[in-house]
Design a protein around this ligand. Structure first.
Ligand code: NAP
Length: 333
């Protein structure tokens, strides 16, 4: 087997829809990308069951199966995917450095696509029932809760947005919050309070999620009275925030107060370091969808390819040469 080149034109760190799409486009632009995908490659979709909102899958698809499709597609075009974690990076000089447990790689450009992870409650039953009534994404899973009684945990903007969205499907949505004051914006509070399907359970925490093969209830503790009770529910949406996976970029890239990568021009994927691009949930806490992340990965690949060309590092790819209209018409005849 040929030895793997440790110096690349582009290295992609992360392997969700953003990373794979960046790999697809850079591979097809002959940039021979290396993707450092992580030991748990595939990102948040590996924790999702049915995906019904990704275009091109008319019958829906399981999250892990979709990630396998993404992988096969990028490998077909020669992208190399490593199932190892990046443990350290050095973006202070070019070529940039990405370190894994057993190798140090260098690259002229980097695409950061490490995503974000939903914060979980870390209570009994939560992990077991994830995808079987426990979710952290109303847009992805709300549809499966038509006419059900469900709960949302959290008191911030995400919790109320999720609760409002879920009222389209659910019979009732109970928002469980650990205090008696919401953190969410006044506007969302007003909308939620005015929605007849939403009620609030204050000063309460979920101590356990009950059910064997699907959720049947949550065990609640009131933090003021100490009272414990079980609330019957068929769905638990955990909305206590997300954590961008940016620990290894701290001190290397500009991050905002929440840890997301700062984008000097959000219309592009440029970061504060020329040659380092960021795509997907690692830079976006607004949309957080597989399809928006994939779109961002495409943008990052195009930005990286053009940037490499501008530096005189990558040759424009013949296959994607732009023809004038008469040339194009002549070739199409
Ligand atoms: P957030 O503002 O950090 O709110 C998290 C909520 O979860 C808080 O109410 C917090 O309670 C609660 N919480 C945290 N850990 C908990 C735990 N272990 N158990 C129970 N409850 C817990 O997160 P977010 O709502 O995801 O919002 C993140 C950022 O994105 C915010 O800046 C937000 O404004 C923004 N955002 C904006 C929009 C919008 O503008 N439409 C939509 C979504 C998000 P406490 O209140 O007691 O701390």
């Amino acid at each position: 087997m040929a030895e793997r080149a440790t110096h690349r034109q582009v290295i992609i760190v992360g392997s969700g829809p953003a990373g794979y799409t960046a790999a697809l486009y850079t591979a097809r632009a002959n940039l021979q990308p290396l993707m450092i995908g992580g030991y748990q490659a595939g990102g948040q979709l590996m924790l999702t069951s049915d995906v019904e909102n990704y275009p091109g899958y008319p019958k829906g698809v399981q999250g892990p199966e979709m990630m396998q499709d993404f992988r096969e597609q990028v490998e077909r075009f020669g992208a190399e995917v490593l199932d190892v974690d990046a443990t350290e990076v050095d973006f202070s000089k070019r070529p940039f450095t990405v370190v894994t447990a057993d190798e140090t790689y260098t690259a002229e450009s980097i695409i950061v696509a490490t995503g974000a992870a939903a914060k979980w409650l870390d209570v009994p039953g939560e992990e077991l029932l994830r995808g079987r009534g426990v979710s952290a994404c109303a847009t992805c899973d709300g549809f499966f809760f038509r006419d059900r009684r469900i709960v949302v945990v959290g008191g911030g903007d995400t919790a109320l947005e999720e609760a409002l969205f879920l009222t389209r499907y659910a019979q009732t949505v109970s928002v469980i919050h650990r205090r008696d004051t919401l953190r969410a914006s006044k506007l969302l509070q007003q909308r939620a309070r005015n929605n007849p399907k939403i009620d609030f359970i204050w000063n309460s925490v979920v101590e356990a999620i009950e059910g064997e093969d699907k959720v049947t209830g949550v065990r609640l503790r009131n933090l003021v009275s100490g009272e414990r009770r079980t609330l019957t529910t068929e769905g638990v949406f955990v909305a206590i925030g997300h954590q961008p996976n940016t620990e290894i970029f701290r001190g290397q890239l500009d991050l905002d107060a929440l840890g997301y990568v700062c984008m000097p021009d959000p219309a592009t994927t440029y970061t504060n370091i020329p040659g380092v691009f960021a795509a997907g949930d690692v830079r976006d806490h607004r949309y957080r969808q597989a399809v928006t992340a994939a779109g961002d990965g495409c943008k990052a690949a195009i930005d990286a390819e053009r940037w490499l060309e501008e530096q005189g590092i990558a040759e424009p790819d013949r296959e994607f040469e732009v023809y004038s209209e008469p040339e194009f018409a002549a070739r199409s005849r």
